[in-house]
Structures are given as C-alpha cells and as structure tokens.
Design a binder for this molecule. Structure first.
Ligand code: FAD
Length: 497
C-alpha cells in the first residue's frame, strides 16, 4: 500500500468511527491521546491511529468490525493500571485503542440474588460503594482499586488481598457480555450459578488480556458485608510458622481470614523511607511480618462480652496468646480503631509506589504451593544477596502469591548487577518447586519471553489454536500474552520489564 493510500484509509476509518461514536469520542490529537498510550510502569508506550471511547456494546461491536475489515489492531483498555504492558499498542501493528471508560454504568444490582451487572468501565472502588449501599461487598480488593476497571480486572483475572477467602476475579464472575473479534456479541449475563450448556466462554475471556475479545459487561457475585473485623500486624517466628498461624486462625474463626499479607522488615523499611509519615506497626523488627484481617458477618461474632470487648477480637487475642506461648508469634499489635486499621492497609498498599520511588527494580509476580514458599524465599534471598541485590518482598501469603522485587543492595550500582542471572535462578527454582511465573498480573508484553520458555508447549499450542480460530486476522490486542504467532510471521518481543 502506498503512503497516500494509507492516509486515505486512515481518514476513512476515523470518519467511519466518528459516525458510530461521535467525533468527540475519536481522539487523535497527541495532546489528548498521550495518556492512553503509556502504561502504568512507563516502560511500555507506542502510538495509535486513534483512541476511541464508545458508550454502548453496539458501538464497540461496530468499531471492532470497522477495524477488522481494514486489518487494524484493536487494543482494549480499562484503567491502565496493568503492570505488564498489556493495555497499550505495540509498534508492529497499526492500532486503535478502545477505551471502555465511558461504559461505566451499573446496569442492575439485585440484593435478593446477591448479584450485580456492571459495565466494563466501572471503576472497582465504585462497585465496592454500590454494593455497600445494600449491605453487601464485592470482595476484590487491591491498591489500584481507585483507578482500575472491572473490564481490566476480568481480563487480567486480578487477585489482590482477599483471594484467600473469596477467590480471584474468575471465581467472582458469573457471566460476561463481550464483543468477539468478528464483531459478534455474546451475551451471557443470566447470572445463573449453574449452567452446564457446553464450553464456558466466560472462562476463555477471563484472563485473556483482551486477545480474544472485548468484555463489555459482567455479572458478579456479591457477599454479606462483614459487621465486625479484627486487623493485626504480627511478627511470625518464620514463614513455616506463618502458615501454621494461618491455619490456626482459619480453624478458630470458621474460615474468617480475609487477608494474610506477607510484609517482611525490608518492605516495611522501604515504605517508611518513601513515606516518612508511616507509623511502624511494631517497635521491634519483624523478619516475617504479617498483616492479617479476620472478619465476620455473624451477629454472634460481633457481640459485646461482659468485659466490654467484642467476641471476635477476644477470640483472636486468645489465639495470639496461645501462639505466642508456642513460639509461633513473637510480637503482635491489634488495630484499636478504624484509623489504625486504615494506616496498616495504607502501608500495605503503598509498597509498589515505595519500591518505584526507591530506585530501579525488577518485579516477579509468582505463586507457589504454600509449603514451598519458605524454601523459595530462603534460597532466593541467599542467592540474590550474593549477587548484590536487596530483595524487597511482599505477598498475598494466604494464597501462595509473592511479589518478589529485586533492588540494588546498599552501595551497589543497579546497572552493574547480573539481573539476567538472578532471573534465571528465580525461574529455575520456580520450575523445581512447581510454581507459576505469573500469579495475578498476567503476561502482557513483559513476560512474553518467559512465557515461551516456561509454559508447557502443549498448552501454548492449544492457546494458539484457540486464538487462530477466534481471531484469524490477529486483530485483538496482538503482541500480548502469546509469545509467537508463527502464522503471522511475528517475531517474539524482548521483555523490557
Ligand atoms: P488495563 O491496565 O487498562 O488493562 C489490562 C489488560 O486488560 C490489558 O491487556 C487490556 O488490553 C485488557 N483489558 C482492559 N479492559 C478490557 C476489556 N474491557 N475487555 C478486554 N480486555 C480488556 N493486580 C492484581 O491482580 N493484584 C494486586 O494486588 C494488584 N495490585 C496493584 C497495585 C497497584 C498500585 C497497581 C498500579 C496495580 C496493581 N495490580 C494488581 C495490577 C492491575 O491493577 C490489575 O491488573 C487490574 O486488573 C488492571 O485493570 P485496568 O482496568 O487498569 O486494566
């Protein structure tokens, strides 16, 4: 195609899209599109023919058809908080970014059936507030809740701190509405809890990172809001002890542990350095610090005891005493007010920002069988320290997910450190201990090379087969998730993050 033809074709596409969504919702001015073209990590950025902001599912379908007929790539985008470069275009493909931000209606909320139907662009925190108005919770929670959208949450199968109790996004979703790569719409928003009528297409789209279609709405489960909660910060004797503490707490409270977060001392230190106003949870150092939250929606647990204390809190305190006697807990503090609780969670949720501020780093988002967490951390900490790194680890310990970050040890120059060696060691150890190299953030662009190295080849083949069957022109978010599309002569992109 000549340059002139290409310009004419682009003009024609822009006009056609404007006639679908209105001119004001087709952005091409660099001043207006810049923010949509760079990801949260600021590692990945590219250009696009336009950023389009449709308002309805029918508009999304028309945009996809217009792009498909011209072999233009479509990049679905939510709140742009993804950490793997999945929501921005790649340089190899002429692309249109489809931002779902204007599809932000909560279509219905049914307290009786405890379900909500929300459009893809609804911000996670907005869904929290809507559910709470009915005494219910949508329990997906993590640091980016004020900006990420439920379309992005579904597409990355986001996890967060409450997975130990409620599961990840996949487990919270009962059905989706989506626009497929040919522009057809699937509508599976019945909210049925049982529906064995063939392949579960929602499960194909959840975690697909926009490579198989655009999710436009979803129906989610809601849960009774806790009426009492106990939040504590513990110093556990070891990671093995931490798991025993988790199980004892679960036994004692009937599975009431809502969060069990690993926050060892180096992580607390880096937060306190980046945000000096942070209050240290314990006076002494906690090599194995744990932020734990136990909740209940049972009135019995919220009862006031004779001494004025609340039953759930008393039970947790008694258990802590017992665990201290056994040497499993070394020290503990219980949040005495909502303000103290909020302070503990603010500390936990500011870790990524704190590490980012403290200098260059490399982040692993991994999961392991619970029994293999301690062996992994011990061996990795030892090996990377030997190589000159300072590990900065936090994690959703209750579900086996670690965010293991490598930063330069005191006095070491990041650019001189053998990062590739450290990564190779981490991946080899993960393989040996049967862990996953991507627990909750997905693959995007940043993990393509490790995906091709570590994912079982037969699984990759099935994924490619599905992709080719549903998206034969490879227009849906190309260059993400799947390392190599041999049929499209794509070359693998090197990982930059
Ligand atoms: P985007 O970043 O816009 O997109 C992410 C991917 O989904 C892209 O591939 C995009 O193409 C695709 N996509 C977006 N919308 C759609 C749609 N409607 N249809 C099809 N594809 C779509 N993640 C966790 O899992 N757990 C955490 O604890 C966690 N903590 C975080 C803390 C911070 C401070 C930050 C910045 C991020 C964190 N994340 C975490 C990562 C991120 O917030 C999640 O991945 C989130 O689910 C992304 O949502 P988004 O709307 O921002 O999606």
């Amino acid at each position: 195609m000549t340059a002139e033809n290409s310009f004419a074709e682009t003009d024609n596409l822009l006009d056609a899209m404007a006639s679908v969504v209105g001119e004001a919702n087709v952005l091409t001015d660099p001043g207006h599109t810049a923010d949509y073209l760079v990801d949260w990590t600021r590692v990945y950025s590219s250009s696009a023919l336009a950023v389009v902001t449709p308002k309805t599912t029918a508009e999304v379908a028309e945009i996809v058809k217009l792009c498909g007929s011209r072999n233009i790539a479509v990049v679905p985008q939510g709140g742009r908080t993804g950490l793997c470069g999945g929501g921005v275009p790649v340089a190899e493909h002429r692309s249109v970014v489809v931002s779902l931000k204007r599809m932000n209606a909560i279509r219905s909320l049914e307290p009786a059936s405890r379900t909500v139907v929300a459009e893809a662009g609804v911000v996670l925190e907005v869904l929290h507030e809507a559910a709470l108005e009915h005494g219910l919770v949508f329990p997906l929670v993590f640091g980016a809740k004020g900006s990420c959208t439920i379309g992005g949450n579904l597409s990355t199968n986001a996890g967060g701190s409450n997975v130990v109790r409620y599961g990840n996004t996949r487990e919270l979703c009962l059905g989706v509405e989506a626009v497929m790569p040919d522009g057809s719409v699937i509508n599976a928003l019945t909210g049925l809890r049982k529906d064995n009528t063939g392949y579960d297409l929602k499960d194909l789209l959840i975690g697909a990172e926009g490579t198989l279609g655009i999710i436009t709405a979803a129906v989610f489960k809601l849960f009774p809001a806790p009426i009492v909660r106990t939040t504590a910060f513990l110093s556990a004797a070891s990671l093995e002890a931490a798991l025993e503490i988790l199980n004892r707490l679960q036994d004692q409270t009937g599975g009431g542990v809502e969060a069990f977060e690993y926050m060892p001392q180096p992580a607390v230190d880096v937060i306190c350095k980046a945000f000096p106003e942070t209050r240290r949870p314990l006076e002494g150092a906690a090599a194995t610090g744990i932020l734990v939250e136990v909740t209940s929606s049972r009135p019995h647990d919220a009862e006031e005891m004779e001494d004025g204390s609340i039953r759930l809190e008393t039970e947790v305190l008694e258990l802590m005493g017992d665990l201290m006697e056994k040497g499993l807990v070394l020290d503990a503090m219980l949040a005495q007010s909502d303000q103290q609780r909020a302070g503990l969670w603010k500390m936990r949720e500011s870790i990524l920002e704190a590490i980012t501020r403290s200098g260059p780093s490399f982040h692993l988002d991994i999961s392991l069988p619970l029994a293999q967490i301690a062996p992994f951390v011990e061996e990795m900490d030892r090996e990377v320290a030997r190589l000159g790194f300072q590990p900065l680890t936090v994690g959703h310990l209750g579900d086996g997910n670690l965010h293991y970050a490598l930063s330069a040890a005191e006095g070491r120059d990041w650019d001189q450190l053998p990062l590739e060696t450290a990564k190779e060691q981490a991946y080899a150890l993960l393989k040996k201990l049967k862990g996953s190299f991507s627990a909750e953030h997905g693959i995007g662009q940043s993990k393509l090379s490790v995906m091709s190295e570590l994912k079982e080849p037969s699984q990759l083949t099935v994924m490619h087969t599905i992709k080719r069957a549903l998206d034969p022109k490879n227009i849906m978010n190309p260059g993400k998730l799947l390392p190599l599309m041999l049929s499209d002569n794509e070359t693998p992109r090197p990982a930059r993050h």
